[in-house]
Ligand binder design. Structure first.
Ligand SMILES: C[S@@+](CC[C@H](N)C(=O)[O-])C[C@H]1O[C@@H](n2cnc3c(N)ncnc32)[C@H](O)[C@@H]1O
Length: 240
């Protein structure tokens, strides 16, 4: 695919948080910055609102949600708080590839029995077909290899029941987004998050590439429906 002049070339440079050699304190700093930015940019509110638009809370059993690339399990915790406020039952699985990050997440989820943390790969989800009412992901698509993008959407689709929701939010690669992110990250985040933030944008899909990936998934119910300040795009839909 030819890229437009406003799209920089895609990098395969790794993010520091993904490297086993990065000191643990730095990984933690980076993850805490992600947490702070998500709060600052109201990411959780948008994700929860979108989820509720796409899936109906089941009667007589808990809502089952999968959060892929869960990091410090902020999204699972936000989901549980929402369910508790509504007096409704929920079960959330937070899945992540990185065992060190999951260890930290487990400290944050000690008072959330509704959350189960699982180590696993987004490209081979260790769950039965149709198990979840919703499968979502925020800021992890750009961590995946190019040949995994289509499969990732298909994996999310596989583990969701008909009538359930699939949602994927991520960054969009463009010169403009890099230019806007630099001063913003410098103002609000640590050095590791400044590095990984820019690398993340340069690893992310461009708008054209996302359209192409979605077309190749064969999942016509998925729509790019909202431009978020943090995630920059959100693809969502209700599985028919
Ligand atoms: C930038 S963090 C986002 C954390 C969280 N979703 C949020 O928005 O706060 C990306 C997470 O994706 C995880 N990740 C990267 N590749 C993955 C894969 N193949 N399968 C599952 N998780 C992955 C990383 O370990 C990291 O915790």
């Amino acid at each position: 695919m030819t890229t437009s002049w406003w799209v920089p070339p895609r990098t395969d440079e790794p993010e520091l948080i993904d490297l086993p050699t990065t000191p643990w304190e730095d990984v933690l700093k980076g993850m805490r910055d992600v947490q702070r930015l998500n709060k600052l940019l109201l990411t959780y509110n948008v994700l929860l609102d979108t989820l509720l638009r796409h899936v109906r809370w089941p009667e007589g059993r808990p809502l089952r949600v999968l959060d892929v690339g869960t990091g410090l399990a902020d999204i699972p915790r936000a989901l549980v708080r929402m369910a508790r406020q509504r007096g409704a039952a929920i079960e959330v699985v937070g899945l992540d590839l990185n065992a060190r990050i999951l260890e930290m997440a487990s400290e944050h989820t000690a008072r959330y029995p509704e959350i189960r943390l699982v180590q696993g790969d987004a490209l081979a989800l260790p769950f039965e077909a149709g198990h979840f009412d919703a499968a979502l992901n925020h800021l992890a698509l750009h961590h995946l290899p190019t040949d995994g993008h289509v499969r990732f959407f298909q994996e999310l689709d596989r583990v969701v029941r008909p009538g359930g929701a699939v949602m994927v939010g991520d960054l969009e690669r463009s010169h403009l987004n890099v230019a806007l992110a630099r001063p913003f990250l410098a103002l609000f985040t640590s050095e590791i998050a400044q590095h990984d933030g820019i690398v993340s944008i340069l690893k992310a899909l461009s708008a054209e590439e996302l359209t192409d990936v979605l077309a190749r998934t064969g999942l016509s119910y998925l729509r790019r429906e909202w431009l978020a300040p943090a995630a920059q795009f959100l693809v969502a839909g209700t599985k028919p």
